[in-house]
Design a protein around this ligand. Structure first.
Ligand SMILES: [Zn+2]
Ligand SMILES: [Zn+2]
Length: 662
């Protein structure tokens, strides 16, 4: 047989022409897929002379995506085995797992998942090979005549959206056959691939839940049933993932928001619109107060702007052209009618604001500006309204009404580099003050297809952001071509206590708005110049940051943020008066302290305080009273006895002032 020469993971190799990657990597079970000349391919792919082959292990990002998509594929096979006449939608991999959309005869229930999972285990055990078969549009339409959704995908020319690209969107239309033990196909699916070599390469998986989902994400289309699942390279990793989910569930801010009486979403107001209760209000105000002080120290100037505006402002800013979908529909106001009902004077359209920037530009423009005033840093706790799809709403971390800690910085080109550098330092230090300590940065650069402004300005701003980022000694991830059309951006990603990443602050350079609003300043040489504009939200929104901190701390806020910092618990009723005086002294010293004067027994009071995650339980019994002292019991159950009252007050005040956790 003829021989071919190829390169495998950088090394030259000669082999028989009928050998495939699956043979080359037969000894390494971790290799589940490969790249051939840069393109992701099945291990069963045929090789040609001169091919450059790279092995891909199951635990790599590509390997995980292929594992998860292959598992989705097996799930679809199992669903059709158990429930014949179920129609198939799409089944892409997603973060940590996969889903597949189905049009079933009957809606799936939790028992169905158990049945489907056990059918999947059988398929996995059988070790069915995934075999790729190239087809034509006409053939595929004939073969898949009973699958209307797949037929629709075949008809879509070009990219069918990111998720549908798993099925079609490659240069060839392909169907994958699953081969049973006898080598004959037992099931087929329209799919671009690639897949694992066989179903037995799926080490660990679990089906998670079902949800309703519109076909291809549009409410104009039929409602399908989505099954979510997860798959991992080992049972241990699956177990660790399930534990993380359980931990996240315990910390879920929506649940803690109710348990700790922080906020709620009354049905009467509408979805995505929260009210903050007194306890949540205290946390929020503590967050805002500290932020305000720090911003004042950094020479930000505080401004205010209304919640709604005439449409013209968002026409000038461009929001109505490119952001209208995310805005609440307009109100028509001030229309005047004649007696016969005809319009004498047409009404004005008013919009709720989705962003604060245009308002700040008007403040900038309210009078002439000199270079001496720059950088001008305008700050607002600006409440905005965005019409988010109900499917993406998630407690206060993704809401329809929220308050941004929004700032716009106007500076000269020469000031930009220094401004971005000090801004990033300020942002990171402030996040650290709130207790987040692990970060990485993401730099989004120009999309060559779509941008406004001059190349040189982009290059300079991107370089300035890169320099500022590098100076932080943090991991920097490049999001090549990921910038919005109006300027490059840095985003700060923070890790929480259980290792989840949250996008926090963004620092965004904008070449567009100064132009649209014709912003100017007079330079030192008397010429009129255009300022550089930087958008910067530090928390993102106060609500979202509140939610993130609630989950990060699992509701056990550090004392400076805790709604109640200290609660007095008398050992018995007799000591209530004494302890009441101590609590009064604490309140006088500025500590948020309360006395539990309920009829509950002491042990019950301690349990309640634990449930409320109050940092300091201040306990007093006979010995304490005699000594003019109290005992502290901390959230971790540790106790410290006989603390003189003045020392107790000083200890609480110290941790509050230093914003440390106890
Ligand atoms: Zn597939
Ligand atoms: Zn802005």
């Amino acid at each position: 047989m003829a021989q071919i020469s190829i390169t495998v993971d950088g090394a030259a190799l000669k082999l028989e022409a009928d050998q495939r990657p699956t043979h080359i990597f037969a000894d390494n079970k971790d290799v589940v897929v490969c790249r051939v000349n840069g393109a992701l391919k099945d291990l069963w792919t045929e090789l040609s002379d001169g091919d450059v082959v790279e092995s891909i292990v199951i635990s790599s990002p590509d390997g995980l995506a292929v594992l998860r998509h292959s598992t989705a594929h097996v799930m679809a096979q199992a669903v059709q085995e158990v429930y014949a006449n179920t129609r198939l939608g799409i089944g892409p991999p997603i973060k940590d797992g996969f889903y597949y959309d189905f049009d079933p005869v009957n809606t799936f229930n939790p028992d169905d998942l158990v049945k489907i999972e056990s059918a999947m285990r059988k398929i996995v055990k059988e070790g069915q090979r995934f075999r790729r078969r190239v087809t034509t549009e006409a053939e595929a339409l004939k073969e898949l005549a009973h699958e209307p959704y797949k037929c629709e995908l075949i008809g879509i020319k070009g990219p069918a959206g990111e998720e549908a690209s798993v099925e079609v969107g490659g240069s060839e239309l392909t169907i994958y056959d699953n081969l049973g033990r006898d080598g004959n196909p037992v099931w087929s699916d329209l799919c671009r691939g690639p897949h694992l070599p066989s179903t037995k390469h799926i080490p660990a998986f679990k089906l998670m839940r079902t949800a309703a989902a519109y076909w291809r994400g549009s409410e104009k289309n039929p409602m399908l049933q989505r099954i979510y699942g997860t798959a991992w390279p080992s049972q241990d990793e699956l177990n660790a993932y399930l534990e993380l989910l359980a931990e996240a569930e315990k910390r879920d801010h929506r649940r803690l928001g109710t348990e700790l009486d922080l906020f709620s979403f009354p049905e009467e107001i509408g979805s995505g619109l929260a009210v903050f209760h007194p306890k949540g209000g205290i946390v929020r105000r503590a967050m805002e107060d500290y932020s305000r002080i720090r911003h004042e120290e950094e020479n930000y100037e505080f401004v205010y702007s209304p919640h709604l505006t005439k449409a013209a402002l968002f026409e000038t800013s461009g929001h109505l052209q490119w952001y209208a979908d995310g805005m609440y529909p307009p109100m028509i106001l001030d229309e005047e009618l004649n007696a016969d009902g005809t319009v004498r004077k047409p009404g004005q359209q008013y919009y709720m604001k989705p962003m604060n920037c245009p308002f700040h530009n008007l403040i900038y423009k309210s009078r002439g500006r000199s270079y001496r005033e720059l950088p001008l840093r305008l700050f607002e706790f600006g409440t905005v309204y965005r019409y988010e799809k109900s499917g993406v709403l998630h407690g206060i971390t993704r809401a329809r009404g929220f308050t941004q800690d929004d700032a716009h910085i106007y500076c000269t080109k020469e000031q930009m580099v220094g401004e971005l550098d000090s801004l990033l330092t300020f942002v990171l230090n402030l996040l650290r003050d709130y207790g987040l300590n692990e970060f990485y940065l993401e730099l989004s650069t120009k999309n060559e297809e779509k941008f406004v402004g001059e190349d040189a300005d982009w290059a300079e701003a991107t370089e300035a952001l890169r320099k500022a980022a590098t100076a932080q000694n943090l991991e920097l991830v490049l999001d090549e071509g990921g910038a919005a059309f109006y300027g490059p951006k840095i985003s700060v990603q923070a890790k929480d206590a259980i290792g989840r990443t949250w996008q926090m602050s963004t620092i965004q350079v904008d070449f567009q708005l100064p132009q649209r609003f014709e912003l100017e300043y007079s330079a030192s040489d008397g010429t009129r110049q255009r300022p550089v504009m930087i958008h910067r939200a530090l928390f993102g929104s106060i609500e979202r940051f509140f939610g993130v901190l609630t989950e990060h701390y699992s509701g056990a806020f550090p004392p400076w943020l805790a709604p109640v910092q200290a609660i007095g618990i008398p050992v018995a009723d007799t000591f209530s008066d004494y302890l009441g005086d101590v609590i009064k002294a604490m309140r006088k010293a500025g500590i948020r302290a309360e006395l539990d004067a309920s009829d509950d027994r002491m042990q019950k009071k301690v349990r309640n305080a634990q449930m409320q995650k109050i940092p300091f339980m201040v306990i007093a019994g006979e010995e304490d009273q005699k000594a003019g002292a109290v005992s502290f019991r901390y959230r971790n159950g540790e106790q410290k006895n006989g603390i003189p009252i003045a020392d107790a007050i000083a200890e609480i005040k110290k941790v509050v002032a230093e914003r440390t956790q106890v």
